[in-house]
Design a protein around this ligand. Sequence first.
Ligand code: SF4
Length: 248
Amino acid sequence: MSISNAAAFAASLDAQLAELDLSARLRLVAGLEGRAVFTTSLGIEDQVITAAIGWNGLPVEVSTLETGRLFKETVDLIAETEERFGISIKRFYPKPDDIDAYAAKYGLNGFYESVEARHACCHVRKLVPLAEALSGARFWVTGLRRSQSGNRASTPFAEYDAERDLIKVNPLADWSIDDVNAYVEAESVPTNPLHKRGYPSIGCEPCTRAIKPGEPERAGRWWWENDEKRECGLHVPEAATSLVPTPA
Ligand code: SF4
């Protein structure tokens, strides 16, 4: 499919998804031709999507990036989630040689020292495993929501990701955090206990802190970097993150 055809297909899919509820959105994507991969960080939004996939028995692969720096609570939740929904979550790990090369150049925790070093760590621990997880996929399902941050405010339900040459699907794009909490409560979805300790957004342990009352949801991610567009490169082009002096 050409880029313009893929973009037009994504726009059409976006319009269809806007009219549906969560289960119907996922069912629609799962029924289309081509492999669909959902990447979960085990965050509360992702748990909602995992529940909908598991309970509906949808043919969507569920994968996670096991960076090697996750909280114990997150690692424990992977197994609990598999058990609860009767699914298998595929783990993707960084390559040992990449970690060794990173540590030799920057130090194991060198990500605190510069934006470049932080992006380099996210590259080897997240982006390389993500590329492996998405290899051959036609659809990439994510838990992005518009209200998570200013950087995500225009998240569509579906868009063509030219960098990865696939259709990115965000079935919770229009959900608020209250919607997410209400679903989790009503359906008794297992969640990371850190959420109740002030961590609305949870990434790697050394790069995530609890937020203070009134702070944006993602303020605890890479908190030492003074830029509201902080991202790890999973959901913005990696070239863009490397050009932003105080990270994306
Ligand atoms: S979030 Fe922190 S520890 Fe995790 S990959 Fe990025 S820089 Fe490395």
